[in-house]
Design a protein around this ligand. Structure first.
Ligand code: GLU
Length: 447
């Protein structure tokens, strides 16, 4: 027990215990690489086997979700909640409804959430859940019936002091409303059991904007630290959901020029930049009318690059805001060759390990999602606070708090990741996120 923990030995054990979970392995490896050297310098964590404990979820709940489609046919989906770690607060993290959802994806997301939620400095533990249900092309009534069935299984495992889910890919305000309605019907309790609620029944201002705004704020802090700013810089944004569109909105407000947004079929390229007016049209197209981005070419002057990702377009900054592993080593090379200086992740784990390696080797500033996209869950925690005191804070108050939290996360990354010549934001985020949870676990003894 005196010899150092090695990354190879640790990862071999993890892979053996969790076979065929490549996304989970990827997320853990990235953390292990920065945290294991720190653990070896701090034997109290090694002796208590904190990292081994932290990589095993507290509890994994898996259930059947049966529902009836509009034709009267019965459909069956897999539903899950991974309660990863509640050392520093009730489990907290989103629900994802997407065809790609499986246990590996939810374990990677739940594990990342542990560090992200710790970085916010707010009292929230980590969880993630969802289903392999694809809301695309489903009618409103089908989505409602699915959400009701899902909550009928989930409700007994969650609660305002136990586990507080929210949205993620495929789960927005509409789904949260159906889920909350069903929870209330089953328990007869009106309580803060979900965040991302509508304003009429306990939601918080700024929650919708928070992940995207926070990502732009983080980029601004990272650039400022390196002597730059967003003002006057061009930016590629991928995705066109809640995170991407609000990230674009804050980049525009900070004086940047947003050249792209994208969906699973291609990229919308606006060489003159997306202004606030065009952004409003895009929000209406994507959020209200749920249409494809290609439809935007009829609304304003733009090109739709069918089947292409944004990363081949020349730009100063990149904001991957779509989904995991969307930005590969090849894409990173394109960004570098075109003079990109900084990347800030709005999605969870959107850059592959090869892409991250390339950023590192070429001194491209890189912010991992667990730091840069923590604004969403941070405002979720503020929604819980407002629900507890039965008061609502103003938009200005909340945006100031969000901005302060993002600055604080940036400072923590600099504090723990400063390697003299440059800041290693992965190392900084991982070590800062680790310490708070690890110290709580140590305090609890062997549990
Ligand atoms: N799904 C978001 C995330 O990845 C937000 C979770 C929440 O608000 O609880 O952090």
């Amino acid at each position: 027990m005196n010899e150092d923990l090695t990354i190879e030995h640790f990862m071999a054990g993890l892979i053996k215990r969790n076979p065929n979970e490549s996304e989970f392995h990827q997320a853990v490896k990235e953390v292990a690489e920065s945290v294991i050297p720190f653990i070896n310098q701090n034997p109290k964590y090694k002796k208590a086997r904190i990292l081994e404990r932290m990589t095993e979820p507290d509890k994994v709940i898996s259930f059947r979700v049966a529902w009836e489609d509009d034709q009267g046919d019965i459909q069956i989906n897999k539903g899950y909640r991974v309660q990863f770690n509640n050392s520093i607060g009730p489990y907290k993290g989103g629900l994802r409804f997407d065809h790609s959802v499986n246990l590996s994806v939810l374990k990677f997301l739940g594990f990342e959430q542990t560090f992200k939620n710790s970085l916010t400095t707010l009292p929230i533990g980590a969880g993630k859940g969802g289903a392999d249900f694809n809301p695309k092309g489903k009618s409103d009534r089908e989505i409602m019936r699915f959400c009701q069935s899902f909550m009928t299984q989930l409700y007994q495992h969650i609660g305002p002091n136990t586990d507080v889910p929210a949205g993620d890919i495929g789960v927005g305000s509409k789904e949260i409303s159906y889920l909350f309605g069903q929870y209330k019907r089953l328990t007869h309790q009106f309580e803060s059991v979900l965040t991302g609620k509508a304003l009429e029944f306990g939601g918080s201002l700024i929650r919708t904007e928070a992940t995207g705004y926070g990502n732009a704020y983080f980029m601004e802090e990272m650039l400022k630290h390196a002597g730059h700013s967003i003002k006057g810089k061009s930016a590629l944004v991928s995705g066109s959901g809640n995170v991407a569109l609000h990230c674009a909105e804050k980049i525009i407000q900070l004086g940047g020029k947003v050249l792209t947004v994208s969906d699973s079929s291609g990229t919308l390229y606006v060489p003159d930049g997306i202004d606030q007016e065009k952004l409003m049209l895009l929000k209406d197209l994507k959020i209200n009318r749920k249409q494809r981005l290609s439809g935007a070419t009829e609304l304003f002057k733009s090109k739709y690059l069918e089947g292409q990702k944004p990363w081949s377009i020349k730009s100063d900054l990149a904001f991957p805001c779509a989904t995991q592993n969307e930005l590969t080593g090849t894409d990173a090379k394109l960004l570098f060759n075109n003079g990109c200086i900084a990347v800030s992740e709005g999605a969870n784990m959107p850059c592959t390990p090869e892409a991250i390696e390339l950023f590192k080797d070429n001194n491209i500033l890189y912010a991992p999602g667990k730091a840069s996209n923590a604004g969403g869950v941070a405002v979720s925690a503020l929604e819980m606070s407002q629900n507890s005191i039965r008061m609502s804070w103003t938009e200005q108050d909340l945006e100031e708090k969000l901005h302060g939290i993002m600055k604080n996360i940036h400072n923590q990354c600099v504090h723990h990741g400063d390697d003299k010549s440059r800041v290693d934001y992965i190392k900084g985020a991982n070590i800062a996120g680790f310490i708070k949870v690890a110290d709580a676990m140590l305090a609890y003894g062997v549990v």
